[in-house]
Ligand binder design. Sequence first.
Ligand code: HAX
Length: 439
Amino acid sequence: MDYIKQRFFEKGTVARAQIAELLSKSKDLIVDEVTVGNVLGGMRGVTSLLTLTSKLDPHEGIRYRDYKLRDLYAHLPRKKGGSEPLAEGVFYLLLTGDIPTSEEVEYIRQDWVQRSEVPPHVFKAIDALPSTSKPMTRFATGILAAATQSQFQKKHRSGLRKEDYWDSTYEDVMNMLAQLPVIASYIYRTEFCDGNPIALDPDLDWSANFAHMMGFNDEEMYRLFRMYMFIHADHEGGNVSAHTSHLVSSALSNPFYSYAAGMIGLAGPLHGYANQEVIRWINDMYKHYNKTIDNPLTLEEVTSFVNQTLDEGKVIPGYGHAVLRATDPRFTTQLEFAEKHIDNDSMIETVKMLFQVVPEVLQERGKAKNPWPNVDAISGSLLLHYGIKDYIFYTVMFGVSRALGVGTQNIWDRFLGMSIERPNSQTLDWFMDFVKEAK
Ligand code: HAX
């Protein structure tokens, strides 16, 4: 067994014993209650999932294992002279709960380089889509097509004991993680550039390689990608993409299938697609006032446009959250990154203006439970600044990063033998009768 797998196996064995103990001694303990409001309101706040990789606190934001994002800047290995944590280290932390050494990070980096060859038919499947297909359709199609290499699926068909499910799942997740930047950059190069893919550089780390294969080859871009991949890596288990992947995986669908399904969820405007919506909406605002980069928007215009958007019954993209009740630390991390590295960018200035205006307007209106910005309120403006102008690609970048957390949880689910998900549902008549009887 390879070194990282062995480390995971040791952690997993302890957790397996804990699960066995919970099931034998505390199976009937009540964790939470479910109200009619919960059922009709997207099960918001109901504890019903087990996720080991991260935990979202409404006020503090996300913790990867025991660590706040900010603290990980000091703890996780970085490239020599670099400021941003490496994705390989994020993966190790999410998988084992421990901070890796630089050697462990290098081990994973090399492992992913070796696993990075994408089967040629994946590109053919992407190419077969009509030109009207969106980048997220291409991305999910590429991931699905890559499922032909699933070791879990092959082994399961030829007979596999439940306690061994995790091993081939681990192999699939590692292969998928290694190949996602290759698939995503292929989509970027064919859809938005000259159509010529760029080969992976075996000396670069995962995030920098993604930038490199998209066609960006300088330390500034590598730094941006490392930060972006770091902050988007995981957000607990209940969000649409993570939960969808978990649900699909619970039927023992292979990791490629389950992650592709999650990506379809990420493509929704209330979730990861919001990072495109923010840019589209800001562009609309510029057009509406006939303004340009050299003639920026005023605070009054921004306030008026925010109100107009709400009056039209639309949401302000990049604001609000189902769990968070404070400014998303992933927003703050990006804002600090912009303040440190970027001067005079009108899109970023607009994002800052929105941060001044939107929370107050949303609070006045009193509808949104969280008036504060989320990760998507600013991410697009950074990518735009650094020259990634085709914003319909942004959700794909989010999707590459999110595999670090969701893929890792997939391995854990298999190790812990999580059951197929099958909540109960009732008809509307049942609810009407239930309420009548309760009264
Ligand atoms: N602008 C306007 N209205 C908003 C709002 C916003 N940004 N956020 C919430 N509301 C509204 C809701 O639409 C809802 O209205 P209705 O009662 O008419 O349906 C009301 O306020 C209560 O909603 P909530 O309980 O505060 O929020 P939800 O948990 O239902 O939804 C969302 C959370 C993130 C979907 C929501 O805040 C939203 O639509 N935000 C804008 C889209 C966005 O930025 N999505 C990305 C979220 C982060 C993420 O997943 N990134 O990938």
